[in-house]
Ligand binder design. Structure first.
Ligand code: PLP
Length: 396
């Protein structure tokens, strides 16, 4: 028997509940036809990439020098791409970033893994707030840290500050937030960010070391709120940002995003070097070069977000009418209603009998809820409503 890493065997064999539902959907589609499976399991954007992206892609592939197009770039990313990303953020958020603040990555996942590997020392704990993206546990543990989950504040999916305070310790290296949130769709208010920033400043001082704030923002532009979402580094200096073009430009398979390390952070040169070193040790070499250039030229664009808003409105209104309780999402493309029985897994299994593929909330760190990923064609949402109705009727 080969001696292998038990941890890697376990990670490779235990599929996430999201993937499991997605794979089940594929098998089921082969039996009943894809149009009869209502797959709300995965966050694969249904809206095409903006025309600007596809036109530029075509033009680049047709015309450009292959070395420029497909060659290696600097490890931290092409200089002009990093400059363009800095200009974009500066114009939107009144900041003064430059090319040296960016490390281009394979999506937000790549950026997060580099940031976590850069920060983690033995014994470090990383706090996050339920409900949270389940891969956080994999990423934090992969970097050698421990994920500590603050229980959810289920009325609005903001932050339960008493619970947070109780879990902060001198071992807390960073707090990891995600707003707009996967899976709740909640957007942290300015008040929440101000309160969290004040708490982390006080605790950093008390413990005598910085508590980093890692802001994971793949849904930054997918917002339904009137007021813009707060730009977190403006509230808390020791913020490191992970970003992705997977959702805003509908390019999840292109694997392009970045880590932003503002120069205001404590020991900026060392932190930036550590992020680059992490990317090197993880074997990332450089982010996909073609999509570095696409992201740089198209970072001012978004896919057509109106479709997500329409799906959100339709689902929130219809499900509430059927007796479901759900917080109205302020962003992203997920809805996180309460299940109609305490056991979310049992509820989602009953939903499967109606060919409704939903993800139970347990792996997001909360019981009794389920996630609907509504980045699907509106027509599918419309046809699914009678299925939700039939499911709800079983509980009356
Ligand atoms: N963070 C969150 C909260 C996500 O929902 C996702 C993907 O769904 C990621 C990170 C990873 O995204 P990427 O495709 O950019 O690696």
């Amino acid at each position: 028997m080969a001696r292998l890493s038990e941890r890697m065997i376990s990670l490779g064999s235990d599929r996430s509940e999201i993937r499991e539902a997605f794979e089940y959907g594929r098998c089921r589609a082969a039996v009943v036809g894809a149009e009869n499976v209502f797959d709300f399991s995965i966050g694969n954007p249904s809206v095409p990439a903006p025309v600007g992206v596809t036109e530029l892609l075509g033009a680049m592939v047709a015309r450009e020098d292959p070395v420029l197009l497909h060659g290696y770039t600097s490890a931290q990313g092409d200089l002009s791409a990093r400059r363009a990303l800095a200009d974009n953020l500066n114009a939107r958020f009144g900041t003064s970033y430059d090319e040296d603040c960016f490390y281009l990555s394979t999506g937000a996942a790549g950026a997060l893994c580099c940031i976590l590997a850069a920060l983690t020392c033995p014994g470090d704990e990383f706090l996050t707030f339920a409900p949270y993206f389940p891969e956080y546990k994999v990423f934090v543990e992969g970097a050698g840290g421990k994920l500590v989950v603050v229980p959810a504040e289920i009325e609005a999916f903001q932050i339960d500050f008493d619970a947070c305070l109780a879990l902060l310790t001198p071992n807390t290296k960073a707090v990891l937030i995600n707003s707009p949130n996967n899976p709740s769709g909640s957007v942290y208010t300015k008040e929440t960010i101000e309160k969290l920033s004040a708490l982390l400043r006080a605790k950093s001082e008390e413990y005598g070391h910085p508590i980093w704030l890692i802001s994971d923002e793949p849904y930054r532009e997918i917002l339904y709120t009137e007021t813009p979402s707060p730009w977190i580094p403006s509230y808390y200096a020791n913020t490191l940002v992970s970003y992705s073009f997977s959702k805003s430009l509908s390019l999840p398979g292109a694997r392009i995003g970045y880590a932003l390390i503002p120069k205001e952070v404590t020991d900026f040169p060392a932190v930036y070097a550590a992020v680059c070193g992490a990317g090197r040790s993880l074997g990332y070499v450089c982010a996909p070069s073609l999509f570095q250039r696409i992201a740089a030229s198209c970072c001012h664009l978004t896919a057509d977000l109106a479709i997500y808003r329409k799906n959100r409105d339709l689902l929130v209104t219809s499900l509430r009418g059927m007796g479901f309780t759900c917080v109205e999402p302020g962003g992203a493309f997920y809805l996180f209603p309460r299940a109609l029985e305490p056991d979310a897994r049992a509820f989602c299994l009953r939903a499967r009998a109606h060919d409704l593929l939903l993800v139970p909330s347990d792996s997001f760190g909360v019981g009794g809820h389920f996630r609907i990923s509504y980045c699907v064609p509106t027509e599918r949402v419309e046809r699914s409503l009678e299925k939700f109705q039939a499911l709800a009727a079983e509980y009356r």
